[in-house]
Design a protein around this ligand. Structure first.
Ligand code: TXA
Ligand code: MG
Length: 338
């Protein structure tokens, strides 16, 4: 089906219309504090199938279930361990997804065939109003075409989803810019499956035992069973070949000068700008601003027709680990250390 994709305002009228579409089993893109989500009724199998179709997403990759009020966790999760309760108390509403055993009410299509669900209570007010009004929980992956950079504003969603969904609620630019932190539980230990705004350091405030999963920084063997299926897919890639280059600004400049061509661009820090003599886009200086800009800039390189993008390697601490993790996937793990 081809839709005429409407852009809805995040006001009462727009939110009502979005909720009405969701109740009728349609897919609507909604803003969250992390990235835009492609939402549908998490309990309605036909609606959820439409998400997978609109995104072109493999059906074994589970969707996150979004709720607007904490108590709803008990409608969908069979068990909520103590450490998960502590995390929810500390970081919800906010950019944290917890993987928990699911109740039967959540269809397998939503959980990608798994017996668990990823569940999250977003802090974005528009998202929460839409969830409440729709009267259900919303399954929502990032609102990009599978494999493309996640969308951090309505225009990004429109570029990917025009004609594929009936509506996009335009809530402006997302605060965080990278997707939520995803964790699962092993006794009292927290396993980090995907880094995000809530950092390892933050998680350690709740449990001393935080295990960073290998898949965060390493390519997973395609045949291997992984704890978070999203890890095995190529991700966040613009059309250009992205290469992360680790080293000082001087060595970066010298590397680019040797490998420069007409369609080569670099993604550098704001503070490099005055000293950098080749075509570039900047993505901030701090980890927070890099998180906010990384996907937007990856998309912009496509518009510029870039064929190769050399990226100045970000800091890997705090939110920086999330930025590095997304760039690693955009680069297909291609890192050059100078
Ligand atoms: O910030 C976000 O999390 C955004 C917004 C829209 O909420 N959503 C998002 O969804 O990033 P998505 O589908 O693009 O990424 C969800 C990730 C995937 O890597 C998936 O494999 C993992 O979470 N995930 C979801 N449910 C899971 C489960 N039951 N077990 C393990 N991993 C799960
Ligand atoms: Mg995604």
């Amino acid at each position: 089906m081809i839709y005429e994709t409407k852009i809805l305002k995040p006001n009462k009228e727009g939110i009502n219309e979005a909720a009405k579409l969701l109740k009728s089993g349609e897919v609507v893109a909604i803003p969250t504090e992390t990235v835009y989500g492609l939402a549908a009724d998490a309990l309605n199998e036909e609606a959820v199938v439409k998400i997978f179709k609109a995104k072109g997403r493999p059906q074994d990759n589970p969707l996150i279930v979004h709720i607007a009020d904490f108590e709803k966790i008990y409608n969908y999760a069979q068990e909520v361990p103590k450490v998960a309760l502590k995390l929810a108390e500390r970081f919800w509403p906010g950019p944290l997804t917890m993987v928990l055993p699911k109740k039967d009410i959540v269809p397998k299509i939503t959980s990608g065939g798994l017996e668990t669900i990823g569940i999250r209570l977003p802090s974005n007010e528009v998202a929460r109003k839409i969830i409440r009004l729709s009267g259900t929980a919303l399954a929502a992956p990032s609102a990009n075409l599978s494999g493309s950079p996640s969308p951090t504003c309505a225009a990004h969603v429109f570029d990917d989803m025009n004609g594929r969904i009936p509506a996009i609620v335009d809530g402006g630019s997302c605060d965080v810019g990278v997707e939520s932190t995803v964790v699962s539980f092993e006794g009292n230990a927290i396993r980090l499956l995907r880094p995000g705004f809530i950092s390892i350091e933050d998680l350690k405030e709740v449990s001393e035992e935080v295990i960073a999963d290998d898949g965060i920084l390493h390519k997973v063997d395609p045949g291997k069973k992984v704890l978070s299926p999203g890890m095995k897919y190529k991700h966040y890639s613009p059309k250009a070949r992205v290469i992360i280059v680790e080293g000082s600004l001087e060595s970066f400049i010298s590397y680019v000068s040797k490998h420069n061509s007409e369609k080569t661009y670099s993604m550098i820090f704001d503070s490099d700008k005055n000293l950098f003599p080749f075509k570039n886009l900047t993505y901030g200086d701090t980890s927070l601003s890099q998180a906010h800009e990384v996907f937007d800039k990856l998309r912009e390189f496509d518009k510029l027709g870039a064929e190769i993008v050399f990226v100045r390697c970000p800091q890997k601490e705090g939110v920086g680990l999330a930025v590095y993790n997304r760039l690693l996937r955009a680069a297909g793990f291609e890192v050059i250390t100078l």
